[in-house]
Design a binder for this molecule. Structure first.
Ligand code: AHR
Length: 499
């Protein structure tokens, strides 16, 4: 039995809705034959899949980062606006992009979803001028050739894009136009300067990683220009070989899921920037994307070597309760750090490793989708203190390529609402097959208790076309009594509301 205590007067912070953000890239079937599917009976007059948009609206997507990712580092936005679209040979993913989905289509999509746009610019082959021209196109009323071009393209009013990222993972050898730490600091500073000269209200992020030299250089050169520092992480790395980690191996990674946040928090604090710059964890997913023979020096020759294998990302049977439990642990960690983490973007939202899978006649809501539904629609917006005075049971698992380790059985978060009474706890039981009893030792004297759970039939459950094993189950547990016990199913994510 684990007792749970909360103190709703001890507030960590009001979490930004953007902790539940998403990412979509010009990769495989995310854009073309994904969200942008002109001619499909399920698409609207602009060619966007209405079933996918409805699913995105249900999880209140707050922000959508676009167009990449590696794709962006040799992308030129001017080829994809206006009447004459120039097809691009995308050197990142080695496919032709027709450029029929560009900035204006993206803005239309964000308006239909009701989310903020977040544009990642080309700091690979691009220049500070090309980046700031993009800001002119999107945000100036009518001054200069680019705002006038937007008007000519039928968009009288500015697109008002508030969030901009300078570059993607330009620190990585795999990225087109990769930079050294010194080069990066200078490029970001010059780009930030030009962007801010166009729109002083633009909020800027730039790529960082858990590397002191890279970040110190970036922050010393550009700290005064940046509002965000961008970090990315995937845990089950499968770019070359599609061999998903088992449920147990995925639980090992939940052990220090917030380590990258701790590292960056430490650097920001050491430079006295922690009050000015927030963390944007703007690409994260338990599973890395599978795209063999392109992030390598020796490139694939036949399309069977480097294009066809990308379909393996679409195998719905590989997105199980491991993905759901890991996702809940990650979101708990970001909420617990909501004083410094202001944004997190699931990579990606659609197809590949996304929480939504689409095919010509419909969609599949994968296990992770239901976790976002739980967190967005059933948890509070303010994070409060939660602790246990009883020992949290642990269990042993192995890392995918490493030693055995002990993992806490529970991962917990407490929230309340800023506009109504009550609390909502997110309690994750990570164990493969053991139930766990908890006691709510909470100084409340009234309220009804309702528990919403995502658990699946087994730890390896998954959803697929005409297969729905995972969803949200509701249990009414009656009047709240201090000291009441609740039993949590194995491999389950549970939001317990006391309202
Ligand atoms: O595997 C996809 C890639 O992951 C994204 O394009 C990039 O940003 C990250 O390395």
């Amino acid at each position: 039995m684990v007792s749970i205590k909360i103190n709703d007067k001890r507030v960590t912070g009001k979490r930004s809705p953007m902790l539940y953000g998403h990412f979509i890239e010009h990769f495989h079937r995310q854009i073309y034959d994904g969200i942008y599917d002109p001619g499909n009976p399920l698409s609207d007059e602009d060619g966007f899949r209405t079933d996918i948009i409805d699913a995105m609206k249900k999880i209140k997507v707050p922000i959508l980062r676009w167009p990449g990712g590696c794709f962006v580092s040799s992308y030129h936005w001017k080829d994809a606006v206006g009447k004459e679209r120039k097809p691009l040979f995308d050197k990142a993913w080695r496919v032709e992009d027709p450029n029929t989905f560009g900035t204006d289509e993206y803005i239309k999509l964000c308006k239909k979803i009701g989310c903020e746009p977040y544009i990642c610019t080309n700091a690979g082959t691009g220049t500070p001028e090309e980046m700031s021209d993009w800001v002119e196109y999107c945000n100036l009323e009518n001054e200069g050739q680019y705002a006038k071009w937007r008007i000519e393209n039928g968009f009288e009013k500015p697109h008002n894009v508030k969030y901009w990222s300078i570059g993607n993972e330009n620190y990585g050898h795999w990225e087109i136009g990769a930079k050294s730490a010194d080069e990066w600091g200078r490029l970001v500073r010059e780009s930030a300067k030009m962007i801010k000269h166009v729109d002083a209200t633009a909020e800027l992020s730039a790529a960082a990683l858990s590397d002191v030299d890279w970040n110190i250089n970036l922050l010393k050169n550009c700290g005064q220009f940046l509002d965000w520092i961008s970090i990315h992480q995937y845990w089950d790395m499968m770019p070359e070989v599609q061999n998903p980690a088992t449920y147990e191996e995925c639980m090992a990674w939940t052990k220090n899921i917030g380590r990258a946040v701790d590292d960056i928090r430490g650097m920001l604090t050491a430079l006295h920037l922690e009050d000015r710059i927030k963390i944007a964890f703007d690409e994260w997913n338990l599973r890395s994307w599978h795209h063999p023979n392109v992030h390598t020096i020796k490139q694939g020759v036949n399309k069977e070597d480097y294009i066809t294998p990308r379909d393996k990302n679409d195998d719905n049977s590989t997105y199980t309760m491991a993905d759901a439990v890991f996702t809940a642990c990650f979101l708990n960690s970001m909420n617990r750090n909501c004083d410094i983490v202001g944004m997190a973007n699931f990579a990606p939202i659609l197809n590949t490793r996304g929480c939504i899978y689409s095919y010509d006649k419909g969609i599949v809501l994968r296990s992770t989708y239901h976790v976002f539904d739980l967190y967005v629609n059933y948890l509070g917006d303010t994070v409060i203190d939660l602790w246990s005075e009883s020992e949290i049971p642990t269990f042993k698992v192995n890392y995918k390529y490493g030693p055995e380790t002990d993992v806490d059985m529970l991962d917990m978060l407490a929230t309340k609402w800023s506009d109504k009474a009550g609390v909502a706890l997110a309690v994750v039981n990570k164990h493969m097959d053991k139930e766990q009893e908890i006691t709510l030792d909470i100084p409340y004297d009234n309220g009804e208790v309702v528990m919403y759970s995502v658990s699946g039939v087994s730890k390896d459950s998954y959803n697929d076309v005409e297969r729905n094993e995972i969803g949200i189950e509701k249990k009414e547990l009656g009047k709240f009594e201090n000291g009441m016990n609740i039993t949590l199913s194995p491999h389950s994510i549970n939001v317990i509301q006391i309202i």
